[in-house]
Design a protein around this ligand. Structure first.
Ligand code: FMN
Length: 207
């Protein structure tokens, strides 16, 4: 499947085959592929909790308005944006660039300085926004990575944020972005036609 075909193929699959599972390795491979997503200054502000166990899926369903796909899908990713991505990631990413020869010991401080200045103060709305923008691109890539490995997906924003944070002991520095269910389509399910899309001419302004 080429990229155009993958974009045309992807749907939110409401009905997963509850009898099918995926291995930890496959769940990790999807994330490794997805992590090739672009991010602001390559700061990769995402964090993922991969839910594979039936018990944790039940717990997740209880904070996701009982959506059946949360327990029926083989794997659910809890996609979080790390609002402390400057503190958590900047140094190691800058060092990685130095090791690759893309930065030198002389140019590294300039890169670090620009990254700190460009992503808002710790705890600020700007910082949160920057974390959410890049993590959303990562989330889209998770869905395409799943498709590339022959799997279906379904993004979900339908969960109670405070309950999710509490039940999964998620640190406050993380902002929940979405859940992504991944697995195999239930062979008995009929997928509805693709939902209406606003015509390009109605949202695009050419200047
Ligand atoms: C951020 C986000 C949150 C969503 N939340 C839910 C959800 O909680 N439950 C659900 O059934 N679908 C959810 N969806 C799926 C959308 O309804 C779906 O993407 C849209 O109707 C278009 O259908 P398609 O993905 O098959 O093209 C969500 C999608 C996104 C991107």
């Amino acid at each position: 499947m080429n990229l155009k075909e993958a974009i045309e193929y992807r749907r939110s699959i409401n009905f997963f085959d509850p009898d099918k599972s995926i291995s930890e390795e496959t769940a990790e491979n999807i994330l490794t592929l997805a992590a090739l997503a672009p991010s602001s200054m390559n700061l990769q502000p995402w964090k993922v909790i991969t839910v594979l166990s039936p018990e944790k899926k039940e717990l997740l369903k209880s904070v996701s308005f009982g959506q059946p796909k949360v327990t029926e899908a083989s794997c659910i990713y809890i996609i979080l944006a790390d609002k402390d991505f400057i503190e958590d990631n900047l140094e190691r990413i800058a060092d990685g660039q130095v090791r690759l020869g893309l930065l030198s010991d002389e140019t590294k401080p300039g890169y670090v300085n620009m990254a700190v200045k460009g992503h808002g103060e710790k705890g600020s709305a700007v910082r949160t926004k920057k974390a959410l923008i890049s993590t959303s691109l990562f989330a889209m890539n998770v869905m395409y990575a799943a498709a590339a490995l022959g799997l279906e997906s379904h993004p979900m924003g339908g969960f109670v944020e405070s309950d999710l944070m509490r039940e999964f002991s998620i640190n406050e520095k993380y902002e929940p972005v979405m859940l992504i269910a991944v697995g195999y389509k239930n062979p008995k399910a009929v997928i509805r036609p693709r939902s209406y899309r606003i015509q390009t001419i109605d949202f695009n302004e050419i200047i």
